[in-house]
Design a protein around this ligand. Structure first.
Ligand code: GLU
Length: 483
């Protein structure tokens, strides 16, 4: 028996940004295809767009490319495989709508705006009353020959039940009386999203339809279209929503819903992809960090949860930190540099060894946009109180800190080689001479250099990065403060 090739598609409408929920749909769609060595298709559903969003398709295209969710087929666009774009396929849908009219499964509707508005009863949501359902063939012909504007509507039965299977939500049955005669072809000659979606899924041989559960209520109408044409019904996989909290869906207004915004904040694309894979799915093991090939191998849509998932920003931060740690130092440095440029002038940068700063930060940063506040003390000694010198565990206070700094200053002044090792060796020799615990000298030094209760790196690292002149200046300031 030959097994049917698995073919999936991501079919976004261009909105101008990539909602993480949509990216999750894209990811799951991709994973289902690739898990079975099948094909993943990208189709832009732009026939219902009332507002033209410039570059909206580019956002989708670039996001998928960037995240490695590469599609397998599509029209040639200057040597590479483009997405299918429904508005460019406008010529193919009308014949299918006409076929449905022939079969008695659809009808021409000539109701004008005024009449439809009169049905609205003050609200935007209304159900078409079926006024044109039973127009005679002659009347239809006459209206068409007079050039009257029309739409084509699906003709749904008013009795009985439509039943279909969803892989996540199980068997769904809906009374046909609840199904609206939705518009298939609009008066501008373009198909609606609802119609083009079904026609294209058939023409493109889609076997598994993955989408958000907001489409579950339309699914009976789609199902009826497949049946009316006599086409194979695909496997439906409606994914539960991603929530901000127990009551609210994650929306762009929350600030975390847009993939682009997350990248801008300094999340790594790999980390976000890994994180969203787990929003509603897990392999049933403890594993949390997955490469894309690992996801391909382990993903099984049967394990998608029915319960909505909560977007846990704390977990995303943690995961991003894990991805940052896995970068090479050079890779991290490259990503961190634009954030240094936000803090330091080019003259300041020329004097700073930012590669060394990167070395300190890489294990401490969770999200790249934390970098400026973590490094700004290198630029300017922050205002700070002498209380910072008192550390219970280190057993330091303002008196012994003053002694330590006063002793350390001449030792450091006399150093010719200002490297980590020579600073380290000189200060440890001093500690030995003083016969005190390390912290008695190291804590005041670190505090004087950073002016902060914590810093990325200890006294030697900070001193090396700041250079001799600035380090000595800050130690002198510390001495003055403590006197
Ligand atoms: N164009 C729809 C959207 O952007 C996709 C629905 C589907 O995948 O069938 O949400």
């Amino acid at each position: 028996m030959s097994v049917k090739e698995v073919r999936t598609r991501f079919a976004p409408s261009p909105t101008g940004y990539m909602h993480v929920g949509n990216l999750r749909t894209a990811l799951y769609t991709y994973l289902i295809a690739k898990h079975s060595n099948g094909k993943f298709i990208l189709r832009i559903e732009d026939t219902d767009q009332e507002r033209y969003v410039p570059d909206a398709v580019k956002v989708i295209f670039d996001t998928l490319k960037m995240t490695g969710l590469n599609h397998d087929e599509g029209p040639d666009i200057g040597g590479s495989v483009g997405p299918y774009v429904q508005s460019e396929r406008r010529g193919i849908y009308l014949q299918y709508a006409k076929e449905l009219v022939e079969k008695g499964e659809a009808y021409y509707c000539f109701c004008d705006k005024e009449r439809l508005d009169s049905l609205k009863d003050g609200s935007e949501i209304f159900k078409y009353d079926g006024h044109c359902r039973n127009l005679s063939k002659e009347d239809v012909e006459k209206n068409l020959s007079e050039g009257k504007p029309y739409v084509i509507r699906q003709k749904n039965p008013t009795e009985g039940v439509t039943t279909f299977e969803d892989e996540i939500y199980g068997t769904i049955s809906v009374d046909n009386s609840e199904l609206e005669d939705m518009i298939l072809m609009k008066s501008d000659g373009l198909p609606t999203y609802n119609f083009a979606n079904v026609v294209d899924d058939h023409l493109m041989g889609i076997t598994h339809v993955v989408r958000g559960n907001e489409y579950l209520s339309s699914a009976p109408k789609y199902n009826r279209l497949y049946n009316a044409f006599g086409w194979d019904v695909p496997t439906y996989i409606h994914c539960p929503p991603i929530m901000k909290d127990a009551h609210n869906k994650l929306s762009k207004r929350n600030g975390d819903a847009s993939f682009g915004d997350l990248l801008e904040k300094g999340y790594l694309k790999e980390a976000v992809l890994n994180f969203i894979a787990l929003l509603g799915w897990n392999p049933g093991t403890e594993q949390e960090i997955f490469t894309l090939p690992e996801l391909v191998e382990q993903f099984d849509y049967k394990n998608i949860h029915k319960a909505p998932s909560i977007f846990d920003s704390v977990k995303l931060r943690w995961m991003n930190g894990e991805y940052i740690k896995k970068l090479t130092l050079d890779e991290f440095h490259k990503l961190a540099t634009p954030y240094y440029e936000k803090v330091f002038s080019s003259d300041e940068l020329a004097l700073l060894n930012t590669l060394k700063i990167s070395e300190l930060l890489q294990t401490r940063v969770e999200v790249l946009n934390e970098i400026p506040e973590m490094v700004v003390f290198f630029k300017e000694l922050p205002e700070h109180d002498i209380d910072l010198y008192s550390h219970k565990k280190m057993k330091t206070n303002s008196e012994n800190s003053l002694v330590s700094l006063e002793k350390a200053l001449p030792v450091l002044e006399s150093l010719e080689d200002w490297s980590f090792t020579s600073i380290h060796d000189a200060i440890f020799a001093l500690i030995g001479e003083m016969g005190v615990k390390n912290g008695i000298v190291l804590w005041p030094l670190r505090t004087a250099l950073s002016g902060q209760p914590s810093s990325p790196g200890g006294a030697f690292e900070l001193a090396e990065i700041m250079g001799k002149e600035e380090s000595l200046r800050r130690i002198r300031i510390g001495i003055e403060k403590l006197k």
